[in-house]
Write a protein that binds this ligand. Structure first.
Ligand SMILES: *[C@@H]1O[C@H](CO)[C@@H](O)[C@H](O)[C@H]1NC(C)=O
Length: 97
């Protein structure tokens, strides 16, 4: 039956955000300067802009920016490392460090 497929497509479209330009950077230092792999990316197929901040021993260590499908706001804890993961889709370049 095609009904489940149609329902799934409807759900997917529900979460499909318009294409957006995002900051892209492999490594943003604590001054907010992209020191590796800088540029921008364009979201597609439900992606959002993401900003990840990595804290080591309670101090901000570096950040990462880009376009991503995986966008559950979350915090991941290690004994000494905290990864803060945020996504946005409300305006272009919203994932400013
Ligand atoms: C971040 O990178 C810039 C450019 O290389 C450098 O001038 C600045 O000192 C760096 N900041 C830190 C905290 O390392």
């Amino acid at each position: 039956s095609t009904l489940p497929v149609l329902m799934l497509l409807t759900l997917l479209c529900w979460f499909d955000f318009p294409a957006l330009e995002c900051f892209q950077c492999d490594r943003v230092n604590t001054s907010g300067v992209c020191v590796s792999g800088g540029g921008t990316c364009q979201t597609q197929d439900g992606q959002q802009c993401f900003l990840r901040k990595i804290y080591e021993d309670g101090m901000l260590s570096y950040g990462r920016q880009g376009c991503s499908q995986l966008c559950t706001p979350m915090k991941l804890f290690n004994p000494n490392v905290i990864v803060e993961y945020k996504c946005c889709h409300d305006s272009p370049l919203c994932n400013k460090f």
